[in-house]
Design a protein around this ligand. Structure first.
Ligand code: NAD
Length: 299
């Protein structure tokens, strides 16, 4: 049976390290890292994510502030707020929760955030640095996936990885991160032909699609490692709802080497990586070198 990759446990250990580093920063330099999350509108899922981010940041000793804005706010007003946050020295990380209302161009908002405070790693400067090399803030979900993979497999060089999904927030940066680890990377998407065959060649499968249990047992090479990013709420026969991933978890357990569960796999890692990014952003804005414990954690 496959090893279950315990993202929840891994994230809990990261939280302990982050708490130690924030209290060390406070006692040595008298600085508390600050994270501001901006939520526009009243999307219920976004509200849950934002609350979790704020709660976990505070628990790790990071000062967290959430700005709740009306869905009617204009793009110009939102950009003005971002400009204020960019200039506020107590704010080291800025995250604008996506999706934004249709009247606001998300790319304009992302590009307005100071790249040094872009703890989501979505600003084109950070995306470019991830692509060409250099000190980039990495997008949190792919970073969490990579930490799990490295913990499970060690050196990834030479592994054939397939990333299913090419979104800017998960699939594309995941593929770049795996390339940076010297994997041979295939990127699959909604137009890919013979997806099952492509998958069967892979030692590592990262599924970031948003289609419940899309990836079947016969798509998997025996001994492959599976990272399931998908979070899909389905209605069961009894009428209750249940969270499932993009892979058929029960069936894949008997063929994979290791697999992340949903929930309890990638999800908890995303917030832990957001906090790591906030801490790293604080060090770099203060022009302090990253402590070794943090440097070793960030891929
Ligand atoms: P998205 O909708 O932006 O992108 C989905 C990608 O899947 C697209 O690139 C599309 O081409 C591809 N795709 C769609 N149908 C396909 C098919 N039949 N075969 C192959 N590829 C197909 O989604 P996203 O934002 O990248 O998120 C993907 C999933 O990951 C969602 O379930 C989302 O909820 C989840 N997610 C989880 C976390 C986390 O922290 N665990 C974070 C972000 C996203």
């Amino acid at each position: 049976m496959a090893k279950i990759i315990d993202g929840k446990g891994f994230a809990a250990r990261l939280h302990v390290t982050i708490s130690q580093l924030t209290s060390q920063m406070q006692s040595t330099f008298g600085i508390t890292p600050g994270l501001t999350v901006v939520l526009v509108g009243d999307n219920p899922a976004s509200q849950v994510y934002v609350r979790n981010k704020a709660r976990q940041a505070e628990a790790a000793g990071i000062h967290s502030e959430t700005r709740y804005l009306s869905a009617q706010i204009s793009q110009a007003e939102l950009l003005r707020l971002i400009d204020q946050l960019n200039r506020n020295p107590a704010v080291h990380g800025i995250l604008v929760q996506l999706p934004l209302p249709a009247a606001i161009d998300p790319q304009a908002v992302i590009e307005a955030i100071d790249p040094a405070k872009d703890v989501d790693g979505f600003h084109p400067l950070n995306v470019g640095r991830l692509s060409v090399g250099g000190n980039a803030r990495l997008p949190c979900t792919p970073m969490g996936c990579l930490l799990l993979l490295k913990d499970c497999l060690g050196d990834l060089a030479g592994q054939h990885a397939i990333v299913i999904g090419r979104s800017n927030i998960v699939g594309k940066p995941m593929a770049l991160l795996l390339l940076r680890q010297n994997c041979t990377v295939t990127i699959a998407h909604s137009q890919t032909r013979h997806l099952a065959e492509e998958c069967r060649r892979a030692d590592i499968v990262v599924a970031a699609v948003g289609r419940p249990q899309l990836v079947k047992r016969d798509w998997i090479k025996p001994g492959a490692t599976i990272i399931d990013v998908g979070m899909n709420r389905i209605v069961t026969d009894s009428g209750a709802t249940r969270l499932v991933g993009d892979v058929d978890f029960p069936a894949l357990q008997s063929i994979a080497h290791a697999i992340t569960p949903v929930p309890g796999g990638v999800g908890p890692m995303t917030i832990a990586c957001l906090l790591l990014n906030t801490l790293a952003a604080t060090y770099s804005q203060m022009n302090w070198p990253l402590p070794q414990a943090l440097n070793e954690l960030i891929p």
